[in-house]
Design a binder for this molecule. Structure first.
Ligand SMILES: Nc1ncnc2c1ncn2[C@@H]1O[C@H](COP(=O)(O)OP(=O)(O)O)[C@@H](O)[C@H]1O
Ligand SMILES: [Mg+2]
Length: 211
């Protein structure tokens, strides 16, 4: 097996936070389409990404292999893991991590609404591995959440880019405040408008996405 231990890859863990409907998934779709990525891995139990991208999801090992060749892997766990979405999630994180060793270039694993799969107290080992070690294989992580307070410390400690859409709840705002955001600004952001902070460079970016 070819080894592509990619030591020069910087850590790349992005958190995208915001209330429901503010633009997190749209931002993620835009990123996946526009970024220079060899492979996009999307865990898609609700079928939202397959539908919005108009792509066929992969249901089994054969379809995962085919999707890998196309650079777009949208995984629907309900065939291989009927009634066991969290097992499907662990499998997909592990699979993305494993195949990333063989594929040169930048890859990204996307987890929409990540609070469904981890809590501050517990994170699947397979997701923790991608978070902490993915960069050695060129595998970035992008997680979306309505609830930044529910993120596990493994993700919060590794975050390199924090993208915030509107937040409302005090605890959520306080969590964002720990990363240098202006809380009054976050509270009043219109839908689809975001502030992004790069925690390595300290750079800040404001933008608006179109649907
Ligand atoms: N399939 C879609 N096609 C076009 N617009 C959509 C679609 N789904 C959601 N939207 C719109 O995009 C905006 C942001 O939604 P979305 O990015 O899904 O928010 P979030 O992921 O933060 O809940 C909303 O105004 C929503 O109505
Ligand atoms: Mg969404």
């Amino acid at each position: 097996m070819q080894s592509s231990f990619q030591l020069d890859n910087k850590r790349s863990v992005t958190i995208c936070a915001g209330l429901s409907g503010t633009g997190k998934s749209t931002f993620t779709l835009r990123y996946l389409v526009n970024a220079d990525l060899a492979i996009r891995f999307c865990f898609d139990p609700d079928g939202e990404f397959a539908k919005r991208l108009d792509l066929e999801p992969a249901h089994d090992a054969y379809e995962l292999g085919l999707a890998l060749c196309n650079g777009w892997v949208i995984f629907d766990p309900h065939t291989l893991f009927a009634g066991r979405v969290t097992d499907g999630f662990a499998f997909f994180c592990d699979w993305a991590f494993t195949v990333s060793e063989r594929v040169p270039g930048r890859k990204c694993l996307v987890v929409d609404e990540v609070w469904k799969y981890c809590t501050p107290a517990a994170i699947p080992a397979e997701l923790a591995l991608v978070t902490q070690t993915g960069r050695k294989r060129g595998l970035a992580l992008l997680v979306n959440t309505q609830r930044p307070t529910k993120l596990n410390g493994s993700i919060l400690n590794e975050v390199s880019e924090f993208v915030c859409f509107r937040l409302q709840e005090n605890n959520a705002l306080e969590k964002a405040g720990e990363y240098g955001f202006d809380l009054d600004e976050l509270k009043s952001l219109p839908d689809l408008q975001f502030v992004a902070r790069n925690l390595d460079s300290g750079g800040e970016l404001r933008g608006r996405i179109k649907v």
